[in-house]
Design a protein around this ligand. Structure first.
Ligand SMILES: Cc1ncc(C[n+]2csc(CCOP(=O)(O)OP(=O)(O)O)c2C)c(N)n1
Ligand SMILES: CC(=O)[C@@H](O)[C@H](O)COP(=O)(O)O
Ligand SMILES: [Mg+2]
Length: 642
């Protein structure tokens, strides 16, 4: 149990209106208390720590200066919003973060009026804030919109699309670039270098800041001249900021941990006629907590931890994580195949690409948070004879869907998609669930879609994908650790479109895709114990279907059930289409599909999420028994056979 910190000032603040009653000199100790409370809370819940630590002062300054919730504060990604949640009426629930029925780990509209826009996928904040700003302008209502976006999130094109469109907002839109020179992994790309140059021009800024304050006191014509001089000087010193070229008035860089700097700048911007404005705040991820500051990832995502030592709770040794099985397998394959390259979109460790990078650094590409670019970059590599593996979480691949269709599938280019976090992911909740990739990929001509039932299957599928040059191929696997099955010494090259019979029976057949196989086998045991002989099939492929195996199975069993960790429109839909096209359900076969429910499921432990989704063994059994009770008229009869 983490002791609660002593927070006399924080105890007086429930919402920002209370914060604004504090004396300016109390803001520094207030921020220290807020940081201590956040560390204590995340020590008990785990979650995203480093990012929130880096924005404690920014959070205090923004809520102190701006009239939230009337002024709309939009956090990008939202993983840094824990300090914001603590001082916007949710301190009493902060220790339920990311648990079933508790607070979301990201901003969420349904949670609070202080969360005007939900987040979790990056680089959306400027677009959303622009929407609020323009709406207020059109309705002639007061209120500004403030987007807080990180340097990593600035590597996604969507941020520039928004900035390029922001001029109409005038001074209603303020963008705060939270530049901690850090994403999850070390910064990549030209933007990072550019920002470093801006930051290094700090002395220039301080002089410019003094000049600006002076210039504002000048009569208009002189003020205009001074302004032109200022912009000219800026252009000279820094080649004109990228942001100003996009129509923003750039202010910065400023120290994002120094309230004495932050507050006057925010007040000036708040009261300024200039706009839209981009404030470049320089912060440190993990700031104010030594174990986080010392860590390579700045404690981006942590388990529960001892607040005193920073020691994180260690999971008991168990089977390897799927991401590492993928990364290590691909690295081995690349030892003898120089065409293999790996691409990640700012998630090297989460995807296991970091394991590949250790062995093949020159064939590893971290493109930043730029999934769309990652996919078409892979398409270019494939077109030129390479064997690219785009390793992207299912949920983040959604952002690159048109690139998958337009640049990969239509051109039938052999891009390999290693889709991690397939299915329900637990604490990150609905924004990160990998619920739709079978649906959105298996519907595409030319696409091959596989799903690994365990880590051994993942090894086989990684090899199968590496050897498949006939077009795009995807293989999906869940977040977390494997089942403990032995890893194959020699990977198998699977026959495309062929499934495998894991258990043979006569009355019931469960056709599984992916890691629901374990629950299917448990259900088969229960059904056998009730006298119902049950087959279990691992289809391995959602596309192309193993039509021969499916035909045979549907023709030889009384009840057939498909199951998948995917929404409607996936495996079950394709099996139903085959069955109806070929009249396989005309003679009374009882065919049922089990898939994720048509809702966005909030965070919880994955096993509880699957219970709620109705995809665990008991629910498979219930589905079979219910089907057996249905007569040919589809009416459920009392007194089932089993
Ligand atoms: C579209 C998308 N891709 C990937 C991620 C995973 N992700 C979450 S936070 C993060 C890094 C964000 O870096 P930055 O914006 O600099 O914020 P910081 O963590 O440094 O505060 C990434 C890549 C995401 N949330 N959204
Ligand atoms: C905030 C964000 O999007 C990432 O940090 C994400 O939470 C990582 O998910 P995993 O923990 O599944 O790698
Ligand atoms: Mg950052």
């Amino acid at each position: 149990m983490t002791d609660r910190p002593h927070t006399p000032l924080l105890d007086t603040v429930d919402v920002p209106a209370d914060l604004r009653k504090l004396k300016p000199e109390d803001l520094r100790p207030f921020a220290d208390e807020l940081r201590a409370e956040m560390i204590s809370a995340v020590g008990t819940t785990g979650g995203h720590l480093g990012s929130g630590l880096g924005v404690v002062e920014l959070t205090v300054a923004i809520h102190y200066v701006f009239d939230t919730p009337r002024d709309k504060l939009v956090w990008d990604v939202g993983h840094q919003c824990y300090p914001h949640k603590i001082i916007t009426g949710r301190r009493d629930r902060i220790r339920t973060l990311r648990t079933g029925g508790g607070l979301s780990g990201f901003t969420k509209r349904s949670e609070s009026e202080y969360d005007p826009f939900g987040a979790a996928h990056s680089s959306t904040s400027i677009s959303a804030a622009l929407g609020f700003a323009i709406a207020n302008k059109l309705k002639d209502e007061p209120g500004r919109a403030i987007a807080v976006i990180g340097d990593g999130s600035m590597s996604a094109g969507m941020a520039y699309e928004a900035m390029n469109n922001a001029a109409a907002a005038g001074n209603r839109l303020i963008v705060i670039l939270n530049d901690n020179d850090m994403s999850i992994a070390p910064p990549v790309g030209g933007l990072s270098a550019y920002l470093a140059k801006l930051v290094s021009s700090r002395p220039f800024l301080e002089l410019r800041e003094i000049a600006r304050r002076f210039a504002r006191k000048l009569p208009e014509p002189l003020h205009k001249a001074a302004k032109r001089t200022d912009e000219f000087a800026r252009g000279m010193a820094m080649g004109g900021t990228l942001f100003e070229e996009l129509g923003f008035y750039y202010v910065g860089p400023i120290d994002g941990h120094n309230l004495e700097h932050l507050i006057p700048v925010l007040e000036n911007v708040r009261d300024s006629d200039h706009g839209p404005v981009l404030i470049h705040a320089v912060t440190k991820k993990g700031h104010g907590y030594a174990p986080a500051e010392a860590a390579a990832d700045k404690y981006h995502g942590v388990q529960k931890f001892d607040v005193i030592t920073g020691e994180q709770a260690k999971a008991p040794p168990g089977p390897p994580a799927y991401q590492n099985v993928f990364g290590e397998t691909l690295a081995k394959l690349a030892d003898t195949d120089p065409r293999i390259v790996a691409i990640t979109a700012a998630m090297p460790s989460g995807t296991g690409v970091d394991k590949f990078a250790q062995a093949h650094p020159t064939r590893t590409f971290d493109v930043g948070i730029a999934e769309q670019h990652a996919v078409t970059f892979a398409a270019g590599l494939a077109a030129q004879g390479m064997r690219p593996f785009a390793a992207i979480y299912s949920t983040f691949l959604q952002r690159a869907y048109d690139q998958v269709v337009h640049d990969v599938a239509i051109q039938n280019l052999p891009v390999r998609f290693a889709i991690d976090r397939a299915g329900l992911v637990g604490a990150d909740g609905s924004t990160h669930a990998g619920s739709f990739d079978v649906t959105y990929l298996a519907t595409l001509p030319n696409m091959v879609v596989m799903a690994a039932a365990d880590e051994a299957e993942l090894v086989h599928m990684t090899y199968t994908a590496a050897e498949y040059d006939d077009g795009p191929i995807a293989f999906r696997y869940p977040r977390g650790n494997g089942t403990g099955v032995a890893l194959p010494e020699v990977p198998l090259k699977l026959e495309i479109g062929k499934g495998r019979v894991v258990r043979s029976g006569k009355t019931v057949a469960i056709l599984s895709l992916g890691t629901r196989l374990a629950e299917a086998l448990k259900a088969a045991d229960t059904l056998e114990a009730r006298g119902l002989s049950t087959s279990v099939i691992d289809l391995r492929f959602a596309k192309p279907l193993d039509e021969e195996l499916i035909r045979k199975t549907l023709a030889s069993h009384e009840v057939c059930v498909t199951i998948e960790e995917n929404s409607v429109g996936g495996l079950g839909a394709h099996v139903l289409t085959l069955a109806s096209d070929e009249g396989l359900i005309d003679a009374g076969l009882k065919l049922r599909t089990m898939r994720l429910p048509d809702v966005f499921q909030d965070q919880d432990k994955p096993e509880l999420q699957y219970d709620a989704a109705g995809l665990n063994a008991p629910q498979i059994v219930d589905t079979v028994l219910k089907a057996l009770r249905h007569n040919s008229a589809g009416v459920e009869e009392a007194g089932a056979r089993a």
